[in-house]
Design a protein around this ligand. Structure first.
Ligand code: TMP
Length: 214
């Protein structure tokens, strides 16, 4: 495919959406066509799936039901948006992708669901396709959750279903992201997100230049 697919991963309150906006501006200045998107909720039907997943009681689904819904959202996202935009040559920046399912639904829930199920769902929903680059923003969950709760104060709809989980869930999920990145060093880069917005943007730009060459 002509374009690129860059995914941003990490726990709650790592600053992914702010950094994606800044990177999009930077890449546009460099002459790239840029599309920013997110999971869950990067398409119209995905918005409905997102509501089911991120609002309401934290125990309303188990890990398997969550994984199935995230992959349903992901499949529609790839088919309707990511692949068509990449075909046109766009650099697609996504706020979360499949590493989030492994980190939240597998590691977060303390491996209650098997890794094979998640890998199998990936093959069914996405096939052999992988991101060109994955940037994992890493932060101590205590700091990230505080940022996330502060942000939610200004939201009409409270998307706090995962924030409501115990700290152990968030610590497991953080370790999960680090393990995923360690296992796939060519695709993944971990950056310390406990920095100023400008410092972190500088780190991201450096990684993009090193890995993808502009
Ligand atoms: P967001 O708030 O970063 O947009 O993400 C929505 C929530 O969904 C967030 O708490 C992380 C969670 N999530 C999963 O548990 N599994 C997934 O596969 C994805 C994409 C997100």
């Amino acid at each position: 495919m002509k374009g690129k697919f860059i995914t941003f991963e990490g726990g709650e309150g790592t600053g992914k959406s702010t950094q994606i906006k800044l990177l999009a501006e930077y890449l546009k200045q460099k002459g790239k066509d840029v599309v920013t998107t997110k999971e869950p909720g990067g398409t119209e039907v995905g918005q409905d799936i997102r509501k089911l997943l991120v609002c309401g009681d934290k125990d309303k689904f188990d890990a398997l039901a969550e994984a199935l819904l995230y992959f349903a959202d992901r499949h529609v996202h790839m088919v309707q948006k990511v692949w068509p935009e990449m075909e046109k040559g766009a650099w697609v920046l996504s706020d979360r992708f499949a590493d989030s399912t492994m980190a939240y639904q597998y590691y977060g829930y303390n491996k209650r669901l098997s890794k094979e199920i998640i890998n199998e769902l990936y093959k069914i929903a996405v096939g052999d396709f992988k991101p060109d680059l994955t940037i994992v923003l890493d932060i101590d969950p205590k700091i990230g959750l505080e940022r996330s709760f502060n942000k939610a104060k200004n939201m009409d709809v409270k998307e706090l279903r995962f924030e409501g989980r115990e700290l152990e869930f968030h610590n497991n999920m953080r370790q999960g992201f680090l393990e995923i990145a360690k296992a796939e060093p060519r695709r993944c880069v971990v950056l310390d997100a406990d920095k100023t917005i400008d410092e972190l943007h500088g780190d991201i730009v450096r990684v993009i230049n090193e890995r993808l060459g502009l």
